[in-house]
Design a protein around this ligand. Sequence first.
Ligand SMILES: [Mg+2]
Length: 306
Amino acid sequence: MRHDAAWRTKRTLAPGWRVAVRRMIGPMARPPGPEASTAGGSSASGRGRHGRGRPSATSGLGLPPSTRACLFDLDGVLTQTARLHAAAWELTFDGYLRRRAEERGEDYVPFDARRDYDEHVDGRPRADGVRAFLASRGIILPEGSPEDPPELETVWGIGNRKNVVVAAMLREHGVEAYGGSVRYVETARRRGLGCAVVSASANCRAVLAAAGIDGLFDTVVDGELAAREHLAGKPEPDTYLAAAHLLGVAPSEGAVFEDALAGVAAGRAGHFGWVVGVDRVGQATELRAHGADVVVEDLADLLDDR
Ligand SMILES: [Mg+2]
C-alpha cells in the first residue's frame, strides 16, 4: 500500500527546520509503551497483546500506539554489513597502529573489532570514529580534509582509507538484508507508517540498492545529506530529527531502530517515542544503558505474526 499524500516527503530540509523540530520536542513526556504491563518495555515478549478490540496501525509491531513513523539505522539493522565495517576498521587501524609502534619502538596494541568498534566507531560519521578511537589511545592526528588521499596520516586520510577497504569488501562479498528486518519494514508500510533510513554512511543509497531494499523507504538521511546540511552525527540526534522532519512527524511519534550504542543514544537524546536496540553481537545490557527501551535480536521478534 502506498502512503497517502500526507506522507509524501520533502527531499531537502527547509530553512529553520531545526527550530521547528526542537519546538516539537518541547518538554513532552515519553508516550506509554507498546503495552502497559511491560512498564518501560524491558521485554519484547508482548506478542498477542496488541489490538484486542482496538486495532491500530502499530498493532503487532511492538510499538507504542502513538507511533506514526519508523526510523531505521542501516548497517547492522537493515543490512548485514556491521561486521564488515568492523573488519574494515580493524584492517585500517591495525595498519596504522603497527607502523606507528615500529617507528617509535613501542608495543603494538591492535584495534579490538568488538570493544573498540562498539565504543568509539560504530554508528558515528567516519571522521568522528577515527578521532574518537585515536583519542582513546592518546593519539592526536591533524584533521586534514575530506579530499585527503587514503595514504595520508590525517583523520580524514585514515577515514578515507577505511572507505576504500569497505568498498572492496562490499564488491567482494555483496550485501544482504536481514530477512526479519525486511518483513518488519514491509509490515510497517502496509500499516501506513512512514519509514526512513538514517545512516552515517555516505554509501547508504548504494548499499540499499545492492541489498534490493531501496524502494521500501520514504526518505533517506545519509552521510551525504548530513554533510550538506551540517548535521552532527550520532550520538547527537540531528540526523534522526532531520528524518522525522522529512517524514512530517514529531520525534515523540517516531520509533528508532539501532544496533549501535551511539545510535540508541541519539534516539534517546532526540526524545523519540520509542528506541529499539537491535542486538546482533550480545550487547543487550549496553544498548539498554545507552537508551534502548527494548532490545531484540531480530526485528521479526517484534512482530505478532511470526
Ligand atoms: Mg548500525
